[in-house]
Design a protein around this ligand. Structure first.
Ligand SMILES: Cc1cc2nc3c(=O)[nH]c(=O)nc-3n(C[C@H](O)[C@H](O)[C@H](O)COP(=O)(O)O)c2cc1C
Length: 210
């Protein structure tokens, strides 16, 4: 197979570029409180997770890690959120603790995304591993969007906390990045205006004249 054929878009769709851009622009954050049942079934979830494997991955380190938090285990996450808040704020009120716990029970599918930062001095540095994990996460969200589900990433101060790290058994070189939430869209918030290309594109001049 020549190089062009290997990189060509799939031929069994009529307009792959239109499909891809439509999917990309259709994805928008749907926060966990706006996600209801049903979530993806086991086969759909498997397909969504397989999308991560198509992420660009320098050195093929597979640095992304996802930990599913099934319904039966949500109380453990709730306790970790509450404990993390207590450690941040010894004066947290019962209501604040209850709000922290409540976050663990939203969204049909909830999984922690973490990254294996690799050993010290590894040829593939931590920031490239984080980038690959970001690409993997985007693939998951696009796959979920394509199947008609809503999704979002959520983080917060608990991510780096001792209770959360301990609950998920994160090693010294593993960093919790965010949670991925997937479910059926119950409501949308107002879409945010997307930035214009001019905001993030620069072009290097072909000479040094100013
Ligand atoms: C790593 C990461 C963590 C995020 N955590 C939160 C969060 O805790 N709460 C939240 O409302 N949005 C969170 N977001 C989502 C962004 O706020 C969201 O993408 C942004 O508002 C743009 O909206 P859009 O995705 O609909 O374009 C997070 C996004 C990323 C990449």
């Amino acid at each position: 197979m020549d190089a062009r054929a290997q990189t060509a878009a799939p031929a069994d769709t009529e307009a792959p570029a239109d499909l891809a851009t439509a999917l990309i622009h259709a994805r928008r954050t749907v926060l966990p409180k706006r996600l209801g049942e049903p979530g993806p079934d086991a086969a759909q979830l498997q397909r969504i997770l397989e999308a991560a494997a198509a992420a660009p991955d320098h050195g093929e380190r597979v640095p992304w890690r996802f930990t599913l938090v099934p319904r039966g285990a949500r109380w453990r996450l709730a306790e970790a959120f509450a404990q993390a808040l207590r450690e941040r704020d010894a004066n947290a009120t019962a209501e604040e603790l209850s709000q922290a716990r409540e976050k663990a029970f939203r969204s049909p599918v909830l999984m922690l995304a973490s990254v294996d930062l690799g050993s010290e001095g590894d040829e593939i540095p931590p920031h490239e591993r984080v980038l690959a994990t970001g690409c993997a996460l985007q693939n998951l969200m696009l796959a979920a969007t394509g199947m008609g589900f809503g999704s979002s990433l959520t983080s917060g101060q608990a991510m780096a906390s001792r209770p959360l790290r301990s609950l998920f058994g994160l090693g010294e070189r593993e960093q919790a990045l965010c949670f991925l939430n997937i479910g059926t869209v119950e409501s949308h918030r107002k879409p945010r205006p997307r930035p214009a290309v001019e905001q993030y594109l620069r072009t290097l001049a072909d000479n040094e004249s100013r």
